[in-house]
Design a protein around this ligand. Structure first.
Ligand SMILES: [Zn+2]
Length: 299
């Protein structure tokens, strides 16, 4: 159990210098976790156990603090917009999570109203309700939810989200540990039926990076988030292949900054430095850290 920590002024200053140095008005982080406190505490407890879903890794949560402090940290970092990635691990939970997320977005104007889904009989109706309530982004967690994203019960929901042009951030890669339905194959089946779905592949599909890059190259609405990728932590067990760097450069308008804040085992700045050291240049960094998401969410 790591001790509670919040960002120091020094750390916040370094993060602000990063984006200021790029001439940006701040950062947009498409992958941050906010959820009902008791759910988040359960997630933290799980990380503390080094359980199989996190590959048995030592995973101290750097920003383990109360919700108000966590939003304050992001603001001090200069994160202009962020999300409340939340996800069910069983049926009957998504509608309740979505209700919480409506309220969170209402009291947190810099949070992009987030919703989630699960393959269950009422999924289409609550997805429609969330869209009508103004959801700007959805989260789907194929690994924790242990469902096939191409499940028949999800088809109308994907169709509805594709039509509404609402991005879906999906944890569909097999990192940090594989699930029954993770990997590119089920996602390829989803995209074959819904080629216009604005899929954001979380963690750039770690560790199946190249297979998910194939999908992004094939489908112009597929994007990838940087969450935890390229950091010392991830490079240590699921390194991004150097030979794929030119593909990252070519897809520079479809890569979005994500961090996994607050559930990260290193300071926030490290994700930014990990992107910078790829050596893809200032324009690429500006697009990834801000401009691509600003365009996607019309911010
Ligand atoms: Zn995450």
């Amino acid at each position: 159990m790591s001790s509670p920590r919040t960002a120091t002024e020094e750390e916040a200053g370094e993060v602000r210098r990063f984006w200021h140095g790029l001439g940006l008005p701040g950062l947009i982080d498409v992958h941050t976790h906010f959820m009902p406190e008791r759910v988040l505490h359960k997630v933290w407890d799980y990380f503390d156990t080094n359980g199989p879903l996190i590959g048995g890794l030592e995973w101290p949560i750097t920003y383990r603090a109360e919700e108000e402090e966590r939003t304050s940290v992001l603001r001090r970092f200069g994160v202009r917009a962020f999300t409340s990635m939340l996800y069910p691990h069983k049926p009957g939970m998504a509608r309740w999570l979505n209700g919480w997320a409506v309220d969170f977005a209402r009291r947190t104007p810099d949070c992009l109203h987030t919703a989630t889904l699960y393959p269950e009989p009422d999924v289409e109706s609550y997805v429609r309700e969330a869209v009508e309530a103004g959801a700007r982004v959805f989260k789907a967690h194929v690994q924790v939810g242990a469902y096939d994203p191409a499940d028949e019960r999800l088809q109308r929901a994907w169709g509805l989200l594709a039509e509404a042009r609402i991005p879906v951030v999906m944890h569909c890669g097999s990192g940090p540990a594989p699930g029954k339905h993770t990997g590119p194959e089920p996602i390829a089946r989803v995209l074959a039926r819904h080629p216009g779905l604005r899929l954001v592949v979380a963690h750039m599909g770690m560790p199946e990076y190249e297979e998910f890059l194939d999908l992004a190259e094939r489908y112009e609405q597929v994007r990838l988030d940087t969450t935890m990728v390229f950091t010392d932590f991830s490079e240590g067990f699921m390194p991004f292949p150097r030979r794929a760097l030119p593909r990252l450069a070519a897809l520079g308008d479809r890569i979005l900054l994500g961090s996994d804040f607050p559930n990260i085992p290193y300071p926030y700045l490290h994700q930014l430095q990990a992107l910078e050291r790829l050596g893809l240049g200032r324009d690429w960094l500006r697009a990834v850290c801000h401009d691509n998401a600003a365009r996607l969410f019309a911010l």
